[in-house]
Design a protein around this ligand. Structure first.
Ligand code: AP5
Length: 216
């Protein structure tokens, strides 16, 4: 299964990606996680990305496309992949289509997680993330077993710098201006599947798996 997840910041892409990737036995490739891992390691890529991420802006395509191309050339994609956070504008979607066409491995689907904007602000402002394994929690909706500690690796949870109110507002604007047009792009390609991403996490996972199992 070669899949991209599309949805506003906080729609639950990272949350669903971990379950979908496990179900289909495919790597979860999150451009946001790659940037954050680079930032943690103080690499030039991480420091460059931070300039944009802290303001809620997109990292330039020249940086992001090369990073994704490198990742798609690694040898663990024989069963496919789940891309989360990429593409994020039509130019990136076109690059991805060309890269996959060259490999003769086109996408099977673009899965859109649809959530209304009020719910998104609640989700992002209450999100807590594990800086070690990237798992996400929520102070009300998805509490860890021990407050402030990751269930998976017992690391102390943190609030992402870009989950502050003023940055959230800019990320939502950037989504509407630059990312939402990829929904029409994938609709025109005949690849778009939209599901409601409101409600219990496991029910959304079940509905995503049911929709994806109908994909040829
Ligand atoms: P990225 O890390 O991709 O952030 P994002 O798209 O803004 O998405 P999020 O990670 O914020 O949300 P999500 O949809 O994964 O939601 P989650 O599952 O955590 O990108 C960050 C930055 O990197 C960008 O702003 C940009 O600067 C840069 N970047 C990344 N990719 C790029 C690209 N391709 N080009 C250029 N720049 C790029 O859920 C959110 C919260 O809700 C959690 O607390 C969770 O527990 C909770 N939750 C999840 N599901 C539910 C549910 N069903 N009910 C209740 N709560 C729920």
């Amino acid at each position: 299964m070669r899949l991209v997840l599309v949805g506003a910041p906080g729609a639950g892409k990272g949350t669903q990606a971990q379950f979908l990737a496990a179900h289909f036995g495919i790597p979860h490739i999150s451009t946001g996680d790659i940037f954050r891992a680079n930032l943690k390691g103080n690499t030039p890529l991480g420091l460059e990305a931070k300039k944009y991420m802290d303001k809620g802006e997109l990292v330039p395509d020249s940086v992001t496309n090369d990073m994704v191309k490198d990742r798609l050339n690694q040898g663990d994609l024989e069963n496919g992949f789940l891309l989360d956070g990429y593409p994020r504008n039509v130019a990136q979607a076109e690059v991805l289509r060309a890269v996959l066409a060259e490999k003769n491995t086109p996408l099977h689907a673009a899965l859109e997680l649809s959530v209304d904007s009020e719910e998104i602000v609640t989700r992002l402002s209450g999100r807590r993330s594990c800086p070690n394994c990237q798992r996400t929690f929520h102070v009300v909706n998805e509490k860890p077993a021990v407050e402030g500690i990751c269930d998976a690796c017992q690391t102390a949870l943190v609030q992402r710098d870009d989950d502050k109110a003023e940055v959230i507002a800019r990320r939502l604007e950037v989504y509407a201006e630059q990312t939402e047009p990829i929904i029409s792009f994938y609709r025109n390609e005949g690849l778009l599947i939209t599901i409601s991403a409101t409600g219990p996490v496991n029910e959304i996972t079940d509905s995503a798996i049911a929709a994806l199992s109908r994909v040829k």
